[in-house]
Design a protein around this ligand. Structure first.
Ligand code: IK2
Length: 450
């Protein structure tokens, strides 16, 4: 009897709910306006396609091999390091990690970095960037973003209430390098164009060196131009340097924070995921002056609060080891770029062998190429209103079994159409993966459709 009564009550409640709210749980709009227009995400979209079609994956930027053995061991040892390794650690960064980051980067920036005040450990570089925009960009502020840019800067500026103002890197007219190949170093900022973007509302400039997707590594003189403008207009600089150890052909990575007058106004963002080939660990950091970092800590403590302890311990051990080995052949920061240089060359010659003209990256682990000459029957592809490169990459995944990333994803809507004939290949992959991609391209080329 009791059960019958209860069933009756539940059924009546369900019916009442249905009558009151036939289509929706609430009658008011659910989302906050700050997230309007930022719901599309290239990584979410293309990772889903990769899951669905299982292509050879030269798309998203992560290695398909393990991190160095000493890092795997460091993580395992951290996990077995006792109860404290499984509990909360210091909110703004595990003490051993902030100390090792401060020690390591003090030598590079050329000043003493305070571990507790000048370093914030975050959930990957993503969260460091998010904290920077949220903490330091005010409603109505303008943020100058150099194009092409890592795609999250634009939604992050918007969610902070700011307005992104874009300035593109452009290929130099006489940019043909040796053998006709273009180099990412041939893509430059116009000083006049950059200077024209500064207004009294400008709060920050965002740069990324080595750049994703282009692979450009800014020269000291190029950084000096940016630094001079930041100082002249009293503007901050967010410098995303997640690929700082990956430079080729003797190209030097320079930290803009190390230029005179820039430490006080620069947030430098780094990533253990990129540094130690362990993107899934999601350990990142922001380094900057105490007065800037303290505001980022406010965002961090009220959102994420704290990052995984054992992963931070392992990254700390990694930096301690690298500090001891810096500049020696045993250093991973030397071994990884040596290995990637060979993969860069392998991919470049594969693309050239099928008639494509890759832009040689000076740094990072991506390579872009113009595909406007490639014959692709995109009529079958979905969504003709989409940018050409998005349609091309979807077609490539579905019809040829090869995943890459459309380059217009790294541009503002205003400028994306000017660059939508480029696609990006990721080369931090096993040689067997690169060979599989080569086989696809060569087969296609042999059937004379490429
Ligand atoms: N900044 C840049 C420039 C990045 O490239 C990334 C990670 N990108 O990987 C995706 C891709 O381009 O294929 C980040 C920040 C974020 O780094 P993390 O993974 O440490 O959050």
């Amino acid at each position: 009897m009791g059960l019958l009564f209860w069933n009756f009550v539940t059924a009546s409640r369900r019916a009442a709910t249905f009558i009151k709210f036939p289509n929706t749980i609430m009658s008011r709009r659910l989302h906050a306006s700050r997230i309007e227009g930022v719901d599309k995400n290239v990584w979410v979209e293309f990772s889903q396609l990769v899951n669905d079609y299982q292509p050879v994956n030269l798309g998203q930027g992560f290695p398909d091999f393990a991190p160095p053995k000493y890092m795997e061991d460091a993580f395992c040892e951290a996990l077995r390091g006792g109860p404290s390794m499984h509990q909360y650690t210091r909110a703004f960064g595990h003490p051993r990690l902030v100390k090792s980051l401060a020690k390591f980067f003090s030598g590079i920036v050329g000043r003493e970095i305070h571990p507790m005040d000048d370093v914030l450990v975050t959930v990957g570089a993503y969260q460091a960037l998010f904290c920077a925009f949220q903490a330091l960009v005010e409603e109505g502020d303008e943020v100058i973003v150099v194009e092409p840019f890592f795609d999250c800067y634009q939604p992050m500026v918007k969610m902070a209430g700011g307005k992104a103002v874009y300035v593109p890197l452009r290929p130099k007219a006489n940019g043909a390098g040796e053998g006709g190949a273009l180099s990412s170093g041939d893509w430059v900022l116009s000083t006049e164009e950059l200077a024209s973007k500064f207004t009294p509302r400008t709060k920050a400039v965002v740069i990324n060196t080595p750049n994703n997707p282009l692979g450009k590594v800014y020269k000291r003189e190029e950084l000096q131009v940016i630094a001079d403008l930041c100082i002249q207009h009293d503007v901050l600089c967010f410098s995303d340097e997640v690929y700082e150890w990956l430079t080729y052909d003797g190209t030097q990575h320079v930290k803009i924070a190390s230029l005179p007058g820039m430490w006080e106004r620069t947030i430098t963002v780094g990533s253990a995921g990129k540094t130690f080939s362990a993107t899934g660990w999601k350990v990142g950091w922001a380094i900057g002056a105490t007065d800037l970092i303290k505001h980022m800590k406010t965002v961090h403590q009220n959102s994420v609060y704290h990052c995984a302890t054992a992963a931070q311990e392992a990254v700390a051990r990694g930096f301690e080891r690298e500090l001891d080995l810096l500049g020696t052949p045993e250093s991973y920061f030397r071994q990884l770029p040596d290995e990637m240089r060979l993969k860069r060359e392998k991919l470049a010659s594969c693309l050239e062998s099928v008639g494509l003209k890759p832009i040689m990256p000076q740094g990072g682990y991506f390579m872009i190429t113009d595909v406007s000459s490639v014959k692709a029957d995109l009529d079958e592809a979905d969504g003709k209103e989409e940018a050409y490169d998005f349609r091309f990459v979807k077609w490539l995944i579905k019809e040829k079994g090869l995943a890459t990333i459309p380059v217009s994803a790294f541009y503002s809507p205003e400028h994306g159409r000017d660059f939508d004939k480029y696609i990006r290949f990721c080369f931090i992959k096993e040689d067997s993966t690169l060979d599989a991609a080569e086989a696809i391209l060569k087969n296609w080329s042999a059937s004379s459709h490429l």
